[in-house]
Design a protein around this ligand. Structure first.
Ligand code: OAD
Length: 256
C-alpha cells in the first residue's frame, strides 16, 4: 500500500470479492503512455486544424484526403506509444477475475488500441479504433500498412473504388450497436464498476456509472480530479491511473 496515495483497502476488498467486474476507461488511462488528447494532437503542420471539424462525416465527405491524413497521423502516433503500468494492471485484473470464474468486461472510449496491446482480450471499443480501417461504401475491413508505414495514398482507396476511412465513431454518428449491447449486458450483471481516466461527461458512457450504481453495483473512480460522477461513486481514488491501478490490483489480487 503506498503511503503517498489514497487508502485502497476497502475498494481492493470489494474488487477481490466481486463476481462481475466492469471497467470503463477514457483518455486519462493513456496519459502516461504519452497519447495526445483530442486537442493535443494538433501540433506542427496540424496546429491550425480543429479536431472537432475533422472528426465528422461531413468533413470526410468534403475533404477525404485531409481527414485520412490526420487519422493516419494519429494511428502512427498511437502505434509509437506503449501501454503503461495502468493498462498492464487492467490486463492482470482481467486474468485474475477470469481465473476465479468471474466475469470481466472492459469498456473503453479510447481509440488507441493500447488495452489490446497490454493483454486485455476483448475490450469493447465504444468509439472504435484508429488501428482498423474500412471501406466507406461497403464497410469491408481494409488493413493499413504496418506502422510506422503510412498509407501510400490519401485517401486510401478500397477494392470497391471508394475512400477508406478509420473505424472510429465520428461526432454525429451513433455508437456501434453490438458494443452498446455488450455494455448494457455487462452493466446489468456486474457487482463492481471501476471507472478510470474519464471526464464522465460524454454519453452514453457517462451514464454507465449511473446504470451500474442503480443496479446495486459498487463503484470506484480513479482520476486526479473530481468529475460529475464523483458524488455518486462509492470510492473516489485521486491520482494518476498508472500509479493507482497497479497498487489497487496488487492489493485486490496479491499472490493470485
Ligand atoms: P476527456 O479528455 O474528456 O477526460 C480525460 C479524463 O482523464 C479527465 O477527467 C482527466 O482528469 C483524467 N486524467 C488525466 N490524466 C489522468 C491520469 N494520469 N490518470 C487518470 N486520469 C487522468 O476524455 P474521455 O472521458 O475519454 O469522443 O472523453 C470521452 C470522449 O470525449 C472521447 O472518447 C472523445 C471525446 O469527445 C469521441 O471521439 C467520439
Amino acid at each position: 500500500m503506498p503511503d503517498d496515495g489514497p487508502d485502497l483497502q476497502a475498494p481492493a476488498e470489494a474488487l477481490r470479492g466481486a463476481r462481475g467486474v466492469v471497467v470503463l476507461t477514457g483518455a486519462g488511462v493513456s496519459a502516461e503512455s504519452g497519447i495526445p488528447t483530442f486537442r493535443d494532437t494538433m501540433q506542427g503542420l496540424w496546429a491550425s486544424f480543429d479536431p472537432q471539424q475533422l472528426a465528422t462525416p461531413e468533413a470526410f465527405a468534403r475533404d477525404p484526403e485531409l481527414v485520412t491524413r490526420w487519422y493516419d497521423h494519429r494511428r502512427l502516433g498511437c502505434a509509437a506509444c506503449e501501454p503503461n503500468p495502468g493498462h498492464l494492471a487492467l490486463a492482470r485484473l482481467e486474468r485474475g477475475v477470469c481465473a476465479r470464474g468471474g466475469s470481466f468486461t472492459l469498456l473503453t472510449q479510447n481509440v488507441d488500441g493500447l488495452h489490446r496491446r497490454a493483454g486485455n482480450t476483448d475490450p469493447v471499443e465504444l468509439h472504435g479504433s484508429v488501428m482498423t480501417w474500412r471501406c466507406s461504401e461497403t464497410g469491408e475491413a481494409v488493413a493499413p500498412p504496418p506502422p510506422p508505414e503510412p498509407w501510400p495514398e490519401f485517401p486510401p482507396e478500397s477494392l470497391a473504388g471508394a475512400p477508406v476511412r478509420p473505424d472510429v465513431v465520428w461526432f454525429g454518428e451513433t455508437l456501434p450497436e453490438a458494443a452498446l449491447e455488450r455494455s448494457f449486458e455487462a452493466l446489468s450483471s456486474c457487482d463492481l464498476l471501476l471507472s478510470v481516466g474519464t471526464s464522465a461527461v460524454v454519453y452514453p458512457a457517462a451514464g454507465f456509472i449511473e446504470v451500474a450504481a442503480a443496479n446495486g453495483a459498487r463503484t470506484i473512480e480513479v482520476n486526479p480530479k473530481d468529475t460529475p460522477m464523483t458524488p455518486i461513486v462509492t470510492w473516489a481514488l485521486r491520482g494518476p491511473s498508472a500509479h493507482i491501478l497497479p497498487s489497487l490490483v496488487e492489493a485486490a489480487l496479491g499472490g493470485e
